[in-house]
Design a protein around this ligand. Structure first.
Ligand code: SF4
Ligand code: SF4
Length: 400
């Protein structure tokens, strides 16, 4: 029998201690102030900061979980909005766990899974995502042939046709948006230049299912995971590289429960290749830039140093830090699949991060996530701001 990826929706009740013991101390509303000098940037919960009511902070959602379990309240429209405007950024978890040993983020994620399971999750808000996935296997509706076009003429190996050391898994976003395709091509060229033996699945790669898991739809997520895992097994994949932190998180946290492999983010591989001398950044990239930590890569998986190591190795690049940096980092506005349903609120969060970059005098924001890159680029264009957005891989390639 095929090994299934675990169904975490069954265990919300096991977090009873967490949602019952939340003391509403509100630590989770802010950053670690000791590591952030300027009070202007102390707020760090996007949904709470935007909608202001207690329910929109983690403490409110802990209370919702408690009351639902005790059947003190029934799900209603407001509760759906509270639950689905959370960006799942994890800032609350990082404040709460070290001091209170509670897991607000796990509770919120499992609440979403419970909502889907119990039939009150507002899946109709995501009907376009579902239709797109149904028709094309991609949340943005880009069909497989088109999604595979990014690699045409690059001479990349097909991992299903020849054995390779690493699989390069693109994730949903990079091959789906024309302005992200050059970033993905940079990734492939960097790996080739360093002599990494890798291949791709081309049009056989389907959605990682990340968007579905963020919505809380574990059953549908597993259908997509299963399709990809079948391809991994057919290709004999044991090591995988992805430049997409959203794919990285589900591959590392979920897929590896059903399929044995090592998962790396591009920044981890690039940092290691630079330290081994296989990549030698030498051309100057003269810019004063700040690195934005994607929530799924930084806070969630502790990949803080590797992207910074890559950037520090580039001559001419002056690397700044946001006041809210590393574990204190603010979401780009692209978390939790919220941009599908509340684009104006998502943009509000993005603007706050852009303001923070301008505040420290950055000429550019560099990120290692396609969603962050897209959120920033679209907002900067709409606001007609004079600040650039770069992708880590492209900056590195420019220096090689
Ligand atoms: S979730 Fe944790 S940090 Fe937030 S109010 Fe509850 S106990 Fe305090
Ligand atoms: S995950 Fe982020 S947006 Fe959601 S409650 Fe926690 S801090 Fe707020």
């Amino acid at each position: 029998m095929k090994k299934k990826i675990t169904a975490r929706r069954d265990v919300l009740a096991e977090l009873r201690e967490d949602f019952s013991l939340c003391g509403k101390c509100k630590l989770c509303q802010a950053v670690m102030a000791q590591q952030c000098d300027d009070p202007r940037f102390w707020r760090n919960c996007p949904s709470g900061s935007r909608f202001r009511y207690e329910a929109y902070y983690a403490s409110g959602k802990m209370e919702i979980a408690r009351c639902l379990e005790l059947a003190e309240i029934e799900p209603d429209e407001k509760m759906k909005h509270v639950l689905y405007t959370c960006m799942l950024c994890g800032s609350c978890e990082d404040r709460c766990y070290p001091i209170k040993q509670l897991h607000p983020l796990w509770v919120i994620e499992l609440l979403r899974e419970q909502a889907v399971e119990d039939g009150w999750a507002p899946l109709d808000w995501f009907s376009e995502v579902y239709e797109n996935l149904e028709k094309t296997g991609n949340p943005y509706g880009v069909p497989p042939e088109k999604r595979a076009q990014w690699s045409e003429g690059m001479g990349l190996k097909n991992a299903l046709e020849e054995k390779v050391e690493y699989l390069l898994f693109t994730g949903d976003d990079y091959p789906s948006f024309p302005n992200l395709v050059p970033k993905l091509q940079s990734v492939a060229r960097i790996l080739k230049l360093a002599g990494v033996d890798f291949g791709i699945l081309g049009k056989e790669e389907t959605s990682s299912g990340s968007a579905l898991l963020l919505i809380g739809d574990r059953d549908r997520f597993e259908e997509f995971a299963e399709k990809n895992i079948e391809k991994f097994a057919a290709a004999g994949v044991s090591k995988l590289i992805t430049p997409d932190p959203h794919a990285y998180a589900v591959l590392k946290e979920e897929y590896t429960k059903a399929y044995d492999m090592k998962v790396y983010h591009l920044s981890e591989i690039a940092s290691s290749l630079i330290s081994k001398g296989k990549l030698k950044p030498s051309k100057s990239v003269n810019i004063k830039a700040v690195y934005h930590d994607p929530c799924r890569l930084g806070r969630r998986h502790g990949v803080f140093d590797e992207p910074r190591n890559v950037l520090k190795s580039i001559p001419g690049l002056e690397l700044l830090e946001f006041p809210r940096s590393k574990k204190n980092s603010l979401c780009c506005g692209g978390g939790g699949s919220v941009f599908f349903i509340e684009p104006e609120y998502a943009r509000w969060v993005t603007k706050e991060r852009i303001f923070e970059a301008e505040y420290i005098g950055a000429q550019a924001i560099i990120t290692a996530c396609p969603i962050c890159g897209r959120m920033f680029a679209d907002a900067i264009e709409a606001m007609k701001k004079d600040i650039a957005v770069y992708n880590l891989a492209m900056v590195l390639e420019n220096s090689l």
